[in-house]
Design a binder for this molecule. Structure first.
Ligand SMILES: Cc1cc2nc3c(=O)[nH]c(=O)nc-3n(C[C@H](O)[C@H](O)[C@H](O)COP(=O)(O)OP(=O)(O)OC[C@H]3O[C@@H](n4cnc5c(N)ncnc54)[C@H](O)[C@@H]3O)c2cc1C
Length: 386
């Protein structure tokens, strides 16, 4: 559903979007209900995405990538999946492409790139990122997972929780303390293979929404990680996280506006079909005003989202603006999903209806990738300092 004309995409983007929409309808939508029951998407879906060139499109050609340095393609990927109401896939696949892969591509050693990037592109290796721990989420400096220097390798001990793609993951970027005495400056990032000895996973959590997403705990019991799997420099992890989190927040904002558009489309259809008091409920003034409000909010959100996307393509999206899109558009997504449920009446509360799923799926968007309260703190810092 396009509520306003958009000028952000060229002809080639529009063609890419069209063929992706066909792929999504044919290869993903028919499986989503089963994936919700399984609490994860299938491995085959990852391989299909890989075969069709939808994974890590930005990777250099020498590793088999398409070297696409235009984030509008990545944005279309998130937009199309979110608009289709595929909330689980719309979180897990972009996390692989836009949130985890950049750490490996930007900070990985040559050995790491050669070993892993081709399989990240083909879908043979699924990626996750593990920062949050049972005792530390917003306050990342408080993580307790340690990586002890043992000469040619690190010895990792600790645990992580709420990890997206965690159950299926083959490769995980893990935030560890290489020097616990140094706080943020003691944090490093390691690439860990999930089949390493001492690495284990919990069962996927039973979540309120995102049922097709395998979110789980990870445990490290004396896991040996080769030194070449350190990303960038030791003690630089926190700095890298702060650099890369802007893109993560943009992606969450883009997912939010896409999902809100999906809810609007479903709701417009429903209120035109549903009859009450001898007419369609779309004829009642309240319904008309709600659709007017929802579409206006989406139009404003879309303008801001496209603005942020354009800034990001010029490498000019700063932390505060990325926090604005994440906070505002996820709040809006929740409001729109709630209005959508209300306009569906009782059917809006039935899982079979897309709007019910969209409502449940929306809620976590205000929590992960940095809570919206933390986003407000980051925005305020720009204007008021720390
Ligand atoms: C479905 C799902 C998927 C996730 N995926 C991942 C993943 O892939 N990788 C990963 O590492 N993590 C992931 N997370 C974790 C997520 O990022 C954290 O849950 C989030 O950052 C909040 O941390 P917390 O749960 O420890 O809450 P807390 O930090 O304990 O926060 C609790 C409350 O206190 C508020 N609060 C905390 N500090 C402040 C402050 N300074 N000012 C104002 N309010 C504050 C918070 O806003 C929140 O309302 C996921 C979580 C979920 C639910």
């Amino acid at each position: 559903m396009q509520v306003i004309p958009r000028s952000i995409y060229d002809e080639e983007h529009i063609m890419f979007k069209k063929s992706l929409e066909e792929f999504v309808q044919k290869e993903l939508v028919p499986h989503n209900t089963q994936w919700e029951k399984d609490q994860m998407v299938s491995r085959e879906s990852w391989l299909k995405l890989g075969e069709n060139g939808y994974l890590v499109m930005q990777a250099p050609e020498e590793y088999g990538g398409l070297a696409i340095d235009d984030f509008r393609y990545n944005a279309i990927f998130t937009e199309v999946l979110s608009q289709a109401g595929l909330a689980g896939p719309a979180v897990g696949y972009p996390l692989h492409n836009d949130i985890v892969a950049p750490y490996i591509l930007h900070y990985g050693s040559k050995a790491t790139l050669e070993k892993y990037v081709p399989k990240m592109i083909s879908g043979e290796m699924i990626l996750a990122i593990a920062m949050t721990e049972p005792g530390a989420g917003s306050d990342l400096q408080g993580i307790r997972t340690t990586a002890e220097d043992k000469g040619d390798h690190y010895l990792v001990n600790g645990s992580k929780t709420f990890i997206t793609n965690g159950y299926l993951a083959d490769l995980v970027v893990v935030a560890v303390k290489t020097n616990p005495a140094l706080g943020a400056k003691g944090i490093s990032l390691l690439v860990m293979e999930a089949d390493a000895e001492g690495f284990s996973k919990g069962q996927p959590f039973e979540k309120v929404g995102l049922h097709a997403q395998d979110t789980c705990e990870l445990f490290f019991d004396n896991v040996q990680v080769p030194k070449e799997n350190l990303l960038g420099g030791e003690g630089e992890g926190f700095k890298y996280l702060m650099t890369e989190l802007a893109q993560e927040r943009l992606v969450v904002g883009l997912g939010a506006i896409g999902a809100a558009e999906g809810v609007l489309r479903e709701t417009i259809q429903y209120v035109q079909d549903r009859q009450a008091f001898g007419k369609s409920i779309g004829k009642f003034q309240n319904t008309r005003f709600k659709i007017a409000e929802m579409s206006t909010d989406i139009a404003m959100g879309r303008v801001f989202a496209d603005h942020c996307l354009a800034l990001h393509n010029k490498k000019e999206l700063d932390a505060a603006t990325a926090s604005m899109i994440k906070y505002r558009l996820t709040d809006m997504q929740c409001d729109i999903a709630d209005e959508g449920v209300q306009l569906h009446g009782g059917y809006g509360y039935i899982w079979e209806y897309q709007v019910a799923r969209s409502w449940a799926d929306a809620r976590v968007q205000r929590i992960y990738a940095g809570t919206n309260e933390i986003m407000k703190e980051l925005i305020a810092r720009k204007f008021l300092g720390k």
